[in-house]
Design a protein around this ligand. Structure first.
Ligand code: NAG
Ligand code: NAG
Ligand code: NAG
Length: 458
């Protein structure tokens, strides 16, 4: 028995050392491998069908990035205008969302992880990610949310973060990753826009002190050919400026000071090849801001895997949603003829892709938002030489363009009538309807009185 046991231990040791060797060299080799295909997505309801994974898997991404709302963890009350549990309007007396229990969150994560399409993606790509409000645990929540410590653990379990990872010990889920050999290296920085965030409207902080210090180190550290900054909420677009007071959206633009700080940090770091990816919006679009750095700053937004603005309206109203999207002014959106719809917004389920052709001269990047069949709905090709700081030639050309280019005007600087045309149209339509209604009622009333008079005379 003694000998058997010793032999058993010896074999175990050999197998264990072998495994460590293999996984160790594997992960090192993986990091040195050139990465040229990256996909990303957000806003995925674990209980809904998720046919889009087939297209994501067929794209053969080497890395897939979750940008938040990876599950819907909070509990949504039924929409109610009247009654005990009013959830809308100025008279609302209960919140529309409430946090789930830890057990319920766990169950929802398990459901998301075991979706067959997603499971196939996990086998074929490295999956990394951050969170947004619904997987953080509560709609539109920030630093005040009490469930954040428990839910951080659950998100990191979902992402298979090693038990001894420093990411499990810090306050917030921000992280950075390095891929590729020198010269073709990519840094991916994932922000946490929830854990430390002050209330919307405070113009306070999104990242909080500790995350700012970390981000500064990340960006001022050794240069890389590309740096992708993943933010759950949009960085460049300020849709709220043009759709208020009808709707409002969370975005970096709602925290103007914090956004300027981010742009200044990137500029000060003199880092080349920086761009953003984002989610949250329930539509896909590509935006670009030319006046933050001395090179154009892109933001590729893809949202969502299951959630989308068109899905929540009946079929016959979808053309109307597209019309409204087209009517909504935007100074940052990248538009061209290759978009699926005129607005270059895509309001059905989608995912984002980044393809890098390292062998072309200069290196080119293809940014795309794709539909559930992997067909491009909006996209742009960018040469890496365009994304270099203090490149005087590009700078001069950009400056000349700036005087004509829309990508330099903030949405809030648009002429009043342009900026608010959606609201103007909405309230005008409402007014017309009201007038028609009043005229109709009045006519009916007159008609009825006439009739009754006639009857009396008869
Ligand atoms: C998720 O999908 C389920 C099943 O279709 C649905 O009942 C639920 O309301 C959805 N949740 C959200 C947040 O859309
Ligand atoms: C974005 O729009 C909001 C709402 O109109 C405004 O308060 C904010 O200052 C804008 N942000 C930027 C960066 O223009
Ligand atoms: C852009 O316009 C400003 C003022 O409108 C002018 O001073 C500047 O020279 C112009 N820049 C270029 C590059 O044409």
């Amino acid at each position: 028995m003694g000998i058997d046991q010793r032999r058993w231990r010896w074999w175990n040791a050999v197998v264990f050392i072998g495994m460590v060797g293999v996984t160790g060299s594997n992960s090192q080799e993986k990091q040195k491998q050139v990465v040229s295909r990256i996909a990303f997505g957000s806003c995925s309801n674990q209980s809904a069908p998720q046919p889009i994974w087939d297209a994501v898997v067929d794209f053969h991404p080497q890395v897939f990035i979750w940008l938040g709302d990876n599950i819907y963890g909070d509990f949504k009350r039924p929409f109610k205008i009247f009654g005990q549990e009013r959830t809308v309007g100025p008279w609302k007396n209960v919140p529309r969302f409430v946090p789930s229990s830890e057990q319920e969150m766990k169950t929802r994560y398990e459901k998301a992880k075991s979706n067959p399409g997603y499971a196939r993606l996990q086998q074929n790509a490295e999956v990394i990610g951050t969170w947004d409000d619904h997987d953080y645990g509560l709609n539109d929540a920030g630093k005040e949310f009490h469930g954040k410590i428990t839910n951080q653990k659950l998100l990191l379990d979902f992402l298979d973060e090693p038990q001894d990872s420093p990411r499990r010990k810090q306050a917030g889920v921000y992280a950075s990753y390095m891929y590729g050999p020198v010269g073709r290296d990519i840094k991916i920085v994932l922000l946490d826009t929830r854990y430390h965030r002050d209330p919307v409207g405070s113009d306070g902080t999104i990242l909080g002190n500790s995350q700012w210090l970390w981000l500064e180190k990340e960006l001022k550290g050794p240069p890389t050919a590309l740096t992708i900054i993943g933010s759950s909420i949009q960085v460049i677009s300020n849709l709220s400026a043009t759709i208020r007071p009808l709707f409002a959206m969370e975005s970096w633009a709602r925290f103007p000071k914090e956004r300027d700080r981010l742009f200044k940090l990137i500029a000060d770091s003199k880092r080349a090849g920086v761009f953003f990816i984002s989610g949250d919006a329930h539509f896909g679009e590509i935006t670009r801001y030319d006046c933050a750095l001395d090179y154009p700053l892109y933001d590729l937004t893809s949202s969502g895997v299951t959630q989308s603005v068109e899905e929540v309206v009946p079929h016959f109203l979808r053309s109307f949603v597209r019309f409204v999207a087209w009517l909504t002014p935007s100074t940052m959106r990248v538009k061209d003829q290759n978009c699926r719809y005129k607005s270059c917004i895509y309001g059905q389920t989608n995912f984002g892709t980044i393809e890098i052709d390292w062998d072309s001269h200069p290196v080119t990047l293809k940014f795309k938002v794709r539909d559930k069949d992997s067909i491009m709905v909006t996209g742009v090709d960018v040469s890496l030489t365009e994304l270099q700081p203090s490149n005087s030639e590009v700078l001069d050309r950009a400056k000349t363009e700036h005087n004509n280019s829309k990508h330099c005007t903030l949405e809030v600087s648009l002429p009043w009538i342009v900026r608010h045309r959606l609201a103007i149209l909405f309230f005008s339509a409402l007014f017309v309807l009201l007038v028609v209604f009043v005229v109709l009622v009045y006519t009916c009333f007159r008609f009825c009185r006439l009739e009754s008079c006639k009857r009396k005379h008869d």
